[in-house]
Design a binder for this molecule. Structure first.
Ligand code: MN
Length: 451
């Protein structure tokens, strides 16, 4: 599989031309991109990939909404839409190590020193109240300063000047941990921020697992071949050779700057906070680079992250409860699980596994296998009719969760809860669900009665 963004765009143009839309009219990067994506979805029921050829104030065309369709994301993994989770789990189980190549198209233009200018990039404002222009599609590539352990993640960047941004490091996660190690030694953490990649690389960057699981190898497994990497110009960080654009930088020790407000996936615009500072050393890009934007907090963002989260939760719950049937993340901080409970207590184990497997999970609801977790009404019905709150709700206090959850008293310091909505003592022994006798159901033909 080709591992660049362009060949994936060609695939879409070939297979589903209606899903690729070029906008030639000039757009203002202040709010117009988000407005167009969201309006198209709400009023036109369409979620095409959008390529804006002329963006006011920048020579770079902007691509957005790439991930806003489950079938496009499946195609990125070479899978059918209904095989999405299985394809992702297979990649987690059988990662393919990356390989270093001599050079690649991302080096066609190399800008260092005075030629570095983040102001040349599209200055995209997404939502009203955002503190400034944000880069939302940057994938960080970084290395543990003390070990040969690599990490990739999405981190939002607020552009602060020619060579400066702030960065949001999710407290307690891997890049945050690397930065704390570097900071304790008083040294900056080299990082590369990669913009414009094949969506298999985007999906791999969001893999959730142990800190020593290499997201770059999951990217390779999703691509079906080793991810090709080239060294940065200003550090020993390795970056995808076929990317559109790379910002080479350092996260400074002991420096913080005001960041936010910024409208996030939670549906809220969390206020200003003090966050880490990024100093840019170089920018490299393709000669005719496409600048990628993720329409933050909408489907382009939410669908992309759901697939890796659900796969990891399924993996973690299955390690405890082999008869787990399905896992769904229907909204922020929430996980629904269906399982065939063979012995009492397995629902509780599923709750503990899910809460322990993902920092962001705050509420887990477990239902029996006759309930479809992809139907909110069925889950609500199971909670209403199979759950006694004094017996079936577990509350965990003072745990670490998302630092973007506005309901916590202190950013990220949160309670978590599990709702066991399975029938007790078992589904088989529970009050039966009513139904028309099967013989009658079979016999009745609508046409005989309602011609
Ligand atoms: Mn990681």
């Amino acid at each position: 599989m080709a591992q660049d963004l362009r060949s994936f765009l060609d695939l879409i143009k070939r297979r589903k031309p209606e899903e690729f839309q070029i906008v030639s009219k000039e757009v203002d990067p202040a709010y117009e991109l988000t407005a167009l994506v969201v309006k198209l979805e709400r009023e036109g029921r369409r979620r095409p990939v959008l390529l804006f050829e002329r963006v006011k104030g920048s020579k770079f065309p902007v691509l957005t909404n790439l991930h806003a369709s489950r079938s496009r994301l499946a195609a990125a993994m070479g899978a059918a839409p209904e095989e999405t989770q299985r394809a992702y789990l297979r990649a987690m189980e059988k990662p393919i190590a990356p390989k270093v190549v001599r050079t690649g198209p991302v080096k066609e233009v190399v800008l260092t020193g005075d030629r570095v200018d983040l102001g040349a990039l599209p200055q995209i404002l997404h939502h009203e109240g955002d503190a400034g222009a944000y880069v939302t599609a940057a994938i960080s590539f970084a290395k543990d300063p003390t070990a040969d352990v690599w990490n990739c993640a999405y981190n939002r960047l607020q552009i602060k000047g020619r060579d400066t941004t702030s960065i949001h490091l999710t407290t307690g996660k891997h890049l945050w941990e690397f930065h704390r190690i570097a900071e304790a030694r008083g040294v900056p953490l080299p990082v590369a921020l990669v913009v414009g990649v094949h969506p298999a690389i985007a999906l791999g960057a969001l893999a959730i697992g142990s800190i020593d699981e290499d997201e770059r190898a999951i990217m390779g497994a999703l691509l079906g071949e080793p991810l090709e990497l080239v060294p940065c110009e200003t550090s020993d960080i390795l970056v995808p050779a076929h990317a559109e654009l790379v910002i080479e930088a350092e996260i400074l020790p002991h420096e913080r700057t005001a960041e936010g407000p910024f409208g996030e996936f939670t549906g809220y615009s969390l206020g200003e906070r003090q966050r880490e500072v990024v100093k840019v050393k170089a920018i490299t890009h393709r000669r005719d680079a496409i600048f990628q934007d993720i329409t933050v907090a909408h489907l382009d963002h939410l669908l992309l992250s759901t697939i890796p989260i659900e796969a990891n939760l399924y993996r973690a719950i299955r390690a405890m409860v082999p008869s787990v049937k399905a896992v769904r993340v229907p909204g922020p901080f929430t996980c629904y699980v269906s399982l065939e409970q063979r012995v009492p207590g397995q629902a509780k184990n599923a709750i503990l596994a899910a809460l322990g497997a993902d920092l962001y999970v705050k509420r887990v609801v477990v239902v029996d296998e006759d309930v479809d977790v992809f139907d909110d009404r069925q889950v609500t019905w199971a909670i209403a009719t199979r759950c006694q709150p004094d017996r079936d709700i577990t509350v965990i206090t003072n745990a670490r969760g998302s630092d973007l959850d506005p309901s916590t008293r202190e950013d990220g310091y949160t309670a978590k809860w599990g709702v066991d909505a399975t029938a007790k003592p078992s589904l088989a022994a529970y009050t039966p669900r009513h139904r028309v006798p099967p013989a009658v159901w079979q016999r009745i033909n609508l046409k005989d009665f309602l011609p």
